[in-house]
Design a protein around this ligand. Structure first.
Ligand SMILES: Cc1ncc(COP(=O)(O)O)c(C=O)c1O
Length: 423
């Protein structure tokens, strides 16, 4: 099978600070206090959803225990307290992304809803038949299907940047797809099935030079690197809270304020209006315009706590630590000639996808599970990536800040067991 090269990681902020104290981090995550079938839990599936630190769990339970009421509606003390906590989360997230204002932060259910919102509201309003939208071949389905729906509704043309053999994209090839017809570019920051770090800053510059707007899907980037939306220059940025050690059912759409002001609502209902009569309804300003109905109050508060937690550890430390563990894992797996790593780009973050000759990934996952090792197997909601590399699925080990070399040693041990069984 193909030999893989050891990659280096190039997310921002690496190597700038002292080491992360993994034992102290692990103590923050109550889930690691238990064993799985008498084995230590080795959790290598944070790209699907990360575990939650006590700080986040506590913030959610405190929300229900002492500050719960509907937000933006009551004049009473408890509702004001809940509203204050909810609004303060928005501010924390704005600062986390370095948005120019917290009004640029829209709470959504997750990245999927964020992308659908942009495709429906921005795309439905501003894109015309024949306009071109560019995505890449390495997108999660949530950054493919909304654009296909728009294509079917509006007659836009969807163009796809191909993936190179190592799992990267070639900016020159992207540049060749750009033209005056390109009105929108929607790309992932880090590819969930490959780990490739996409040069999104360059993509923003290039797309802007032809007058296109850019959305970045940051699901797999925000837990692993410092993201600065102003430095990136993107127009939209989305991520899901549950991958950033926060709760599920809450996510973030960042959008430049001037764009949000031009966009019509995505859904109608309470909280997003200024006034309603049967003849005419006027809408609230963003971000409320895009948050119809009672929001996920405890989710937003929990996500604020997750942001506080990640910042208290330090994204520079997290990035450096994870890069070291990923290098180690890559080196260990590269030494085995029955394993093919899928995604060997020079710049990667936190994801190691691979196949073992002669063994179905689901069997690998099931055997590893017997040893208390949780990995993801399947197409990772990126079927076009599987097609590109000619595999039906992969085993994906993905890292969070709590993973160490001991987890990789356990994985390697588990893979030896797989080999024994399938010899
Ligand atoms: C790159 C990427 N984009 C989008 C999503 C969708 O996230 P969610 O299901 O939380 O909306 C995921 C989830 O795996 C992802 O990895």
């Amino acid at each position: 099978m193909k030999e893989t090269s050891i990659r280096k990681t190039a997310l921002e902020g690496i190597g700038k600070s002292s080491a992360l104290d993994i034992n102290s981090v692990r103590r923050d995550f109550p889930i690691f206090a238990q064993t799985v079938r008498d084995e230590r839990l080795v959790f290598l599936d944070s790209a699907a959803s990360a575990q939650k630190p006590s700080q986040v769990i506590r913030a959610i339970s405190e929300c229900y225990e002492s500050q719960y009421a509907n937000v933006h509606r009551g004049v009473y003390w408890l509702s004001e307290k809940a509203t204050e906590a909810f609004d303060s989360s928005r501010k924390k997230i704005g600062a986390f992304l370095n948005a120019a204002s917290s009004s640029e932060i829209v709470f959504v259910r997750g990245a999927t809803e964020g992308i659908n919102l942009v495709a429906a509201s921005y795309g439905g309003t501003f894109l015309q038949p024949g306009d071109e939208v560019i995505i890449t071949h390495m997108e999660h389905h949530s950054n493919i299907v909304p654009w296909q729906i728009l294509r079917d509704q509006k007659g836009i043309i969807l163009k796809v940047v191909p993936i190179e053999d190592d799992g990267s994209i070639d900016l020159e090839v992207f540049g060749n797809l750009l033209s005056a017809k390109t009105k929108f570019v929607s790309v992932t920051h880090v590819a969930n099935a490959l780990g490739t770090v996409v040069p999104v800053k360059e993509i923003c510059n290039m797309a802007h030079s032809v007058g296109a707007h850019v959305l970045i899907d940051g699901c797999q980037a925000v837990p692993h690197s410092q993201v600065d939306v102003q430095k990136l220059g993107c127009d939209f940025y989305v991520f899901s809270g549950h991958k950033l050690y926060g709760p599920s059912g809450i996510g973030v759409l960042y959008a430049k304020e001037e764009l949000l002001h031009q966009m019509p609502p995505y859904q109608g209902g309470g909280d997003m209006i200024e006034s309603v009569t049967f003849e005419k309804t006027s809408y609230a300003d963003p971000p409320q315009r895009f948050e119809a109905g009672t929001p996920n109050i405890s989710g937003a508060i929990g996500l604020g706590a997750a942001v506080d937690y990640v910042r208290s550890i330090g994204l520079d430390k997290i990035a450096a630590h994870e890069a070291g563990v990923l290098d180690y894992a890559t080196e260990c797996l590269s030494g085995r000639n029955d394993i093919q790593i899928i995604g060997t780009a020079a710049n990667k973050a936190s994801v190691l996808s691979f196949v073992i000759e002669g063994v179905h990934p689901h069997d690998v996952g099931t055997i590893l599970d017997q040893e208390g090792i949780a990995v993801r197997t399947g197409h990772h909601c990126a079927q076009p990536v599987m097609d590109r590399f000619g595999v039906p699925s992969t085993v994906r080990a993905s890292l969070g800040m709590y993973n160490g070399r001991d987890d990789i040693d356990a994985l390697i041990g588990g893979l030896e067991r797989v080999r024994e069984i399938f010899n």
